[in-house]
Design a protein. Structure first.
Lengths: 900, 382
């Protein structure tokens, strides 16, 4: 189909009717500025060609002029191989559609309304969506041949059965064998009825149904088999339980018989045992009675023997008591005598002690007086030494405060001054003055280095030497002033240093309190001498002070000693005679007492020991007397007890003890004989019978319980077996097995059918694609040539895949840039090549229009020229409509269209 | 049982496997017992076999139906001796499990002890006669002289389905099943009528045909189509009167064109309809004449390639070139000179989307593939 003309009314900015056309069969350029309505006009054209006139979607409403509700009217004149047509459509308000055909020089109505829409659809091989406005995929071939502004650079798929496949077929020049195609389709249908695209059974298909049936059957079978397995298991348990029950019943019968026998034996033994117990009891009683009587006989004999012994002991004890009393009396007399002697001895000792103490106090007083005298003399010496020290220290204090360090510093400063002077002497000015007449010369300023500063007059012929560092300033009386300056800088520096050093020197001397260094040395020497003397004086004072820290302490000690002497004298109040006694007499007296007192003390202690011994003996004798008395009374009591006991024993047996004993012996022997007889009747292990009987009963009960349990289990399993056995498992299983076999057959058959159809289909498809691929190369070459013409790059080729999609561009098929990775410009150009190829192919049947709506915006100017060359070349066979807002790029090319 | 009454039999013996399994449904058991109840004067002795052994409460012999059966019905659940009347005794050695290496007839030797010498002793047991190469060691092997060894006048044995006569001097007979149960069991469908005149006398055994159904298997061979048709026609005509009692299978073999196959099927299907079971088994292969094949391939070059591809598939799948395929491939070789053979990688790529494994492409399936292709092609071009 090609376009001839377009008329628009109430479309976009076109409120009045505008006409675009006539369009030439070749290249048409519609150049207008942006927003001038070019694309709108084409959009309106598409709506008129492809949409129902009754469509009311946004795509239609967007055609209305802004702010109005005017009904857009579009008329398109187009041409197909069947003729020339005009479709006029009004949208929205009172929609209409009229199709006309150019016949006999005029437009003849052909159809209206829906019929007109359908006729156009048939003419253009387009389609309609279910509802709403159409999209490019509905526009038939034009959908491929219309490159729209701002659409992504993408190639529409060629899989569409109607248009895409035809394009694909034409491009690849693959003849579609309708028979093979039909075969393939039928095989596809057959396969799809059974399998999905992924090879899985199709839901609801025979394979899926067979598999589902199989699954159900196998589930049921599994359940049945499980039930049979349960049945077998229950059967096994039944058999086991039956065997166990039989065994237990047999054991129960045996044990029951044994238990009965054992019980009878036990009862007999119990009866005998009771009888034995009774007889043993009687024996025990007889035995005890006999033993009692025998014991009594013995006891009576012992009592009587004890009586005789006790009487003898009583007599002896009485004699001993008497002796003890006599002794006690003697000891008490001795003790009294000794106690009266002791006080005398004690008084004697106390007198000696008092005398000794007096002598000791007198000695002490004498010693204190002597000590006090010594202290007084020592104090006098110390006082003299201290006075000497004081004098020395005063002398030292009057000396200048010099230290060796200070002295050294003074010496150094002095030396520095001398050195600097000498230096300055060497550097400075020396002026000799020898006046011819008496003169009065006065030196002004400056430091004197050589001679004293002259004052007053100088005799004629007397030479006066003056040295200065840098300048000599003299005033000659009657003449004037003479100033002599030296230009030597060193002298100036030396002079400054000298002045500074002298100043420092003088300062130091002042601080130390000396006038000269020599004086400082002398003072230092005197200080040293004084230090030595002080040291000697202090050394002499030390011994006098002794333990006293100072002279004052010594003075205090002297005073203290005097006080103590006075105090002791007042306390003792010695007599004249005592005061005249010599120290030797006192010491001799003290020594004598020292010997007498211990002797007297020893004598007193020996007397005390004798006294203690007497006391001890007295106590012992008293205890002995008491013990003897106790023994006597004890023997009396025992005698009385023995007599009482003997009497009681005799009284117990009226007939006499011997007779009672004889009777008891007879009873004992009889009881013993009865016990022996009964013991012989009992079974040897009769004592174990109760335990055995109990054990047998317990075993039997246990066995009965176990038997009951196993019987219950057996009966239960029997019931279960009966129930399970009656369920007809076999019949159900057989039926299911048959169904399974049938389902397996169905499944295998369906799978075989499905696979056969699918493989056959896929093989055909494979060969078709192989055939298609075989013709890809020429198509690729065609596209490569076209692309090379466009781009000027002949080193790259265009490669397609088997679906005729652009695989990429590159030097080889393996080294391509994929379509998606190309630049926008390259994509546009490549798509242009494809569209041109498609249009060329389709044009073999019918003229085709290729619409390029400002799609080469990313193409540079160099390629733009090439594109124009290509378009011009193709315009011979195609109608090409270019919409652009760059008219300059297309000058001289094709027909320029105006929107009139 | 009607025959037994007709012949005034003293006893009706069922030597095992009355039921296929101990777990058959109640209705079946009840139905069987009802059948017995219909002949109250006929003593019926039923021995448990290896399919329905007397195992315990779950076995069919403990179903209520059997426990409440009429007095003429005797279930021989344990090894026992039953008096048949007069001086005849029935010694029974039933089975209690499905498999065993023990000869069940040994029990009869124990049972026979203590019986009067002058009495007819009939044994009944179940198992496989220990015929060399014909029995399994764990299938209750019965000695070939079991009857004479136990001093029996006759030993009734059940197990195998076909009639097996004259063993142990005629004292052992296996009557087989009274009804055939599969194609090929032509010797089944009988009961044995046994007459014993006295103790130690050889029994007279006669087979009585009792089968109600007839099983037949016929073949139509396309290789000799005309002869096969004539032969089959005659056989079918002979079977037709009893078609309601006939289980029939007709197998089509050989190679045939679809048309020929369709024609034969259309001829046979109505004929088979009246039969109780009329089974038509198609084992034919579609065949095209070389001319037909060449014509198809000339008009549809892809077809030649596809057939060659199928051959390649078979080669890859089985490692061998199929005869049929090679024929087709050779015929099409010239016309498909430009097509490249299918490679293994292409085969795997081809089969992968449908998840078909190459190893599962059996020659049968590939044959069906060719058939499907050609049949569909024929349908499309019809």
């Amino acid at each position: 189909m090609i376009l001839r003309a377009i008329e628009l009314t109430h479309v976009g900015r076109f409120r009045e009717t505008v006409r675009i056309g006539p369009l030439s069969p070749g290249l048409n350029i519609l150049a207008a500025p942006n927003e001038s309505g070019k694309s709108t006009a084409l959009r309106a054209t598409a709506r008129a060609l492809f949409d129902r006139h009754t469509t009311k979607g946004d795509e239609i409403k967007s055609l209305q002029p802004a702010g109005t509700d005017l009904a857009p009217r579009v008329a398109v004149e187009f041409e197909t191989r069947t003729g020339r047509f005009r479709i006029e459509k009004t949208f929205l308000q009172t929609p209409t559609s009229v199709l006309k055909q150019w016949q006999s020089g005029a437009w003849q109505p052909l159809a209206e309304a829906d019929l007109a829409d359908q006729r156009v659809q048939a003419l253009l091989s387009s389609s309609l969506p279910g509802r709403g406005a159409t999209k490019p995929e509905h526009w038939g071939f034009l959908g491929f041949l219309w490159a729209r502004q701002d659409e992504p650079a993408a190639w529409p798929g060629l899989q569409d059965a109607a248009v895409g496949q035809r394009i694909r077929a034409r491009l690849a020049r693959v003849e579609l064998d309708p028979v093979i195609e039909q075969l393939r389709t039928q095989l596809a249908v057959a396969a799809e009825a059974i399998l999905t695209a992924g090879g899985k059974p199709k839901v609801g298909g025979p394979l899926a149904v067979a598999e589902d049936d199989l699954m159900v059957i196998e589930t049921e079978l599994a359940t049945l088999r499980q039930t049979r397995a349960d049945l077998d298991s229950v059967h096994q348990r039944y058999q086991q339980a039956s065997a166990v029950v039989a065994q237990l019943e047999k054991e129960h019968a045996e044990r029951s018989a044994c238990a009965v026998t054992l019980r009878e034996q036990t009862l007999a033994a119990e009866r005998l045992r009771g009888e034995l117990e009774a007889r043993r009891l009687a024996l025990t009683t007889a035995k005890e009675k006999l033993a009692t009587i025998s014991a009594d006989v013995e006891a009576l004999a012992r009592r009587r023997a004890d009586l005789a012994t006790t009487q003898k002991e009583l007599a002896k004890a009485e004699a001993e008591a008497l002796t003890a009393e006599e002794r006690l009396s003697q000891l008490r007399a001795k003790l009294d005598a000794a106690q009266s002697e002791r006080p005398r001895l004690d008084a004697q000792l106390q007198s000696l002690r008092a005398e000794q103490q007096r002598v000791q106090f007198l000695l002490k007083l004498r010693q204190m007086v002597i000590s006090a005298d010594v202290l007084v003399r020592t104090f006098a010496k110390a006082e003299a030494a201290a006075a000497e020290i004081t004098v020395l220290e005063e002398r030292k204090a009057r000396l200048p405060s010099l230290t060796p360090v200070k002295l050294r510093r003074l010496e150094e400063l002095g030396e520095s001054v001398r050195t600097l002077r000498a230096e300055l002497q060497a550097l400075g000015l020396t002026v000799e003055l020898t006046p011819e007449r008496d003169a009065v010369i006065t030196a002004v300023g400056g430091s004197e280095l050589a001679t004293p500063r002259p004052q007053g007059g100088l005799a004629a012929g007397e030479t006066f030497r003056l040295h200065r560092a840098q300048a000599v300033d003299l005033h000659l009386a009657g003449w004037g002033r003479v100033v002599i300056r030296s230009g030597a800088q060193d002298a100036q520096t030396a002079a400054a240093r000298l002045a500074e050093t002298e100043k420092t020197h003088r300062q130091a001397l002042l601080e130390t309190g000396v006038t000269t260094v020599d004086a400082a040395r002398d003072a230092m020497s005197v200080r040293r001498d004084l230090d030595l003397q002080l040291k000697s004086a202090l050394a002499a004072l030390g011994p006098h002070l002794g333990d006293h820290e100072s002279l004052e302490k010594l003075r205090e000690a002297v005073a203290g000693a005097a006080r103590r002497v006075a105090a002791l004298t007042a306390t003792l109040q010695p007599t004249a005679d005592e005061q005249t006694r010599s120290l030797t007499d006192l010491e001799t007296d003290e020594a004598r007492h020292t010997e007498l007192i211990p002797a007297a003390d020893r004598a007193l202690k020996a007397f005390d020991r004798q006294l203690d011994q007497l006391r001890t003996d007295e106590r012992t004798a008293a205890q002995a007397v008491q013990a003897a008395a106790n023994r006597v009374s004890g023997h009396h009591a025992r005698l009385r007890t023995l007599e009482t006991q003997a009497g009681d024993l005799v009284a117990r047996y009226p007939d006499g003890l011997d007779a009672a004993k004889e009777t008891a012996q007879i009873v004992f022997f009889q009881a013993e004989a009865r016990v022996v007889a009964t013991t012989a009747e009992l079974p040897p292990d009769f004592e174990k019978f109760p335990e055995r009987n109990r054990r047998a009963a317990a075993a039997l009960q246990h066995l009965a319980n176990e038997l009951q349990t196993h019987r219950a289990e057996r009966d239960q399993t029997k019931g279960t077996l009966g129930t399970l056995g009656g369920q007809g498992l076999y019949s159900r299983e057989t039926e299911l097995e048959e169904k399974k076999a049938e389902a397996l057959l169905r499944r295998d058959a369906a799978r075989a059918r499905g696979w056969s159809a699918r493989i056959a289909h896929d093989l055909i498809e494979h060969r078709k694609q192989a055939a298609t691929k075989a013709v890809l190369t020429p198509l690729e070459q065609r596209l490569t040539t076209a692309f090379a013409e466009l781009t000027g790059d002949r080193s790259r080729e265009v490669f397609l895949d088997e679906h005729l999609q652009v695989h990429g561009i590159g030097r080889t098929r393996d080294e391509t840039h994929a379509f998606e990775n190309l630049s926008q410009g390259a994509k546009e150009q490549l798509l242009l090549c494809l569209r041109l190829a498609v249009a060329q192919e389709l044009a073999a049947d019918e003229p085709q229009v290729l619409i390029l709506d400002d799609v080469l915006v990313n193409t540079d100017s160099v390629r733009q020229e090439r594109i124009l060359d290509v378009l011009a070349a193709h315009a011979a066979r195609l109608q090409i409509l270019v919409l652009t807002c760059h008219p300059d790029r297309y000058r001289g090319l094709g027909e320029a269209l105006l929107i009139k | 049982m009607a025959l037994a009454r007709e012949h005034e039999a003293d006893a009706f013996l069922i030597a095992g496997d009355l039921f296929e399994d101990n777990q058959v449904d109640e209705a079946l058991v009840a139905g069987v017992v009802d059948l017995f109840r219909a002949h109250p004067e006929l003593p019926i002795y039923i021995l448990p076999g290896n399919h329905d052994p007397s195992t315990g409460p779950e076995s069919v012999w403990h179903r209520k139906a059997f426990l409440n059966a009429s007095q003429n019905v005797h279930g021989l659940r344990e090894a026992e001796v039953s008096q048949l009347g007069g001086h005849a005794f029935l010694l029974a050695s039933p089975l209690h499990q499905k498999l065993s290496t023990t000869d069940p007839s040994l029990k009869l030797m124990e049972l026979v002890a203590g019986l009067p010498v002058e009495s007819v002793k009939i044994g009944i047991t179940h198992g496989a006669l220990a015929i060399e190469g014909k029995h399994q060691p764990n299938d209750f092997p019965i000695a070939l002289n079991a009857a004479s060894r136990a001093g029996l006048d006759y030993l009734a044995i059940g197990h195998w389905h076909n009639w097996l006569p004259d063993t142990d001097g005629g004292r052992i007979v296996m009557p087989g099943t009274p009804e055939p149960d599969r194609f090929g069991n032509d010797a089944s469908g009988h009961v044995a009528l046994v007459e014993i005149d006295g103790p130690g006398q050889a029994p007279r055994v006669r087979p009585l045909a009792v089968a109600t159904l007839r099983w037949r298997s016929l073949t139509f061979e396309f290789l000799n189509a005309e002869a096969s048709r004539a032969s089959l026609r005659a056989e079918l005509a002979a079977l037709e009167p009893d078609s309601a009692q006939t289980v029939l299978r007709v197998t089509l073999t050989g190679t045939a064109s679809p048309a020929a196959l369709a024609e034969v099927r259309s001829w046979l299907e109505p004929i088979l309809k009246p039969f109780l079971v009329g089974q038509l088994v198609d084992r034919t292969r579609v065949a095209l004449s070389p001319v037909e094949l060449a014509d198809l391939q000339g008009r549809h070059p892809i077809l030649a390639q596809v057939l060659a591809d199928i051959d390649r598939l078979e080669t890859f799948a089985t490692g061998q070139m199929s005869v049929e395929g090679s024929t087709l491939a050779n015929t099409t070789a010239q016309s498909s000179a430009l097509s490249t053979p299918l490679t293994l990688a292409e085969v795997q790529t081809l089969l992968a989307p449908a998840k078909i494994e190459l190893a599962r492409l059996t020659p049968e399936l590939l044959g069906q593939l060719r058939q499907t292709l050609l049949q569909t092609l024929q349908e499309v071009t019809r």
